[in-house]
Design a protein around this ligand. Structure first.
Ligand SMILES: C[S@@+](CC[C@H](N)C(=O)[O-])C[C@H]1O[C@@H](n2cnc3c(N)ncnc32)[C@H](O)[C@@H]1O
Length: 257
């Protein structure tokens, strides 16, 4: 994992927001294999969210690390009575989200996941997708996320393939990559066990969905995305059976407090 100070991390996201629309690239553009991978996570998140929305009276929804507001725009367009707040550390992302998603009942704020400006147990659904791995103190960030949630949290974070984990253990390779300073990327390695352990006393139930059992680079040699999906589902079942879900590259968890 890279060791980068918070100021530089923040600057990285500010610069990223000025340069591109991250969510548009992840979910709508890119090559078919990358789209498949990102959309698999998206599908899990949406299925958890629809399950919650269908069975509960929801009035407040917060998306932490909202980037350009993809989820906020979706929820506010299909659930008109829900007050939606998108929160992000990067001012430039918040500005972008505000411009493209001006709607009644929607607000965007600049804040750090480690210090969220909401009261305890005040938000019906809190979404935190692909953010924890970008925070050094991800345990504190998760505790803070849980603090503001009234009942439901949906979180997602990536895992690492066996190959990546092996490379990361080699100090000299890691130091070399750090020196290049090419990309800030991920600074923490979040695991399903960690999440379970941290929220042990806080939650009633926890449901995990996984995907991306093999590295995306390997999937890219299979031309048909339909076949990739079939293979991935079988490998994910194997990871679940052998208690090795951390080796999946997609983890989406629904937490009921
Ligand atoms: C990989 S993007 C994920 C975007 C979105 N949640 C999704 O899943 O499509 C990470 C986002 O988290 C934001 N972020 C990073 N560190 C953060 C922090 N400490 N507090 C709040 N947001 C943060 C970044 O600015 C960026 O928008």
């Amino acid at each position: 994992m890279q060791r980068v100070n918070k100021g530089r991390l923040r600057e990285f996201y500010e610069e990223e927001a000025r340069r591109l629309s991250h969510q548009e690239v992840m979910y709508l553009k890119g090559n078919k294999h990358e789209l498949w991978w990102h959309r698999k996570r998206l599908h899990y998140i949406f299925s958890f969210l629809s399950e919650i929305f269908e069975n509960n009276r929801v009035t407040t929804f917060v998306d932490i690390g909202c980037a350009e507001g993809f989820y906020i725009k979706y929820v506010s367009s299909v659930c008109s009575g829900v007050f939606c707040v998108g929160a992000d550390i990067a001012r430039a992302y918040v500005k972008k989200a505000k411009v493209s998603g001006k709607k009644l009942n929607t607000e965007y704020i600049v804040c750090d996941i480690e210090n969220l400006p909401f009261q305890d147990n005040s938000i019906d659904i809190v979404l935190c997708s692909e953010v924890l791995e970008h925070v050094h103190n991800y345990r504190g960030a998760l505790t803070e996320t849980c603090r503001i949630g009234k009942k439901y949290l949906v979180i997602s974070f990536p895992g690492h393939s066996l190959l990546y984990s092996a490379i990361n253990k080699m100090e000299f390779v890691r130091n070399f990559v750090d020196k290049l300073k090419l990309d800030v990327g991920h600074v923490s390695e979040v695991t399903v066990e960690d999440v379970k352990e941290l929220l042990k006393g806080e939650c009633d139930s926890l449901k995990v969905k996984i995907g991306g059992a093999l590295p995306l680079q390997l999937f890219k040699i299979i031309p048909s995305v339909g076949l990739v999906e079939v293979i991935d589902n079988s490998f994910c079942k194997a990871l679940e059976r052998f208690g090795a879900v951390n080796h999946a590259t997609i983890h989406v968890i629904k937490i009921v407090k």
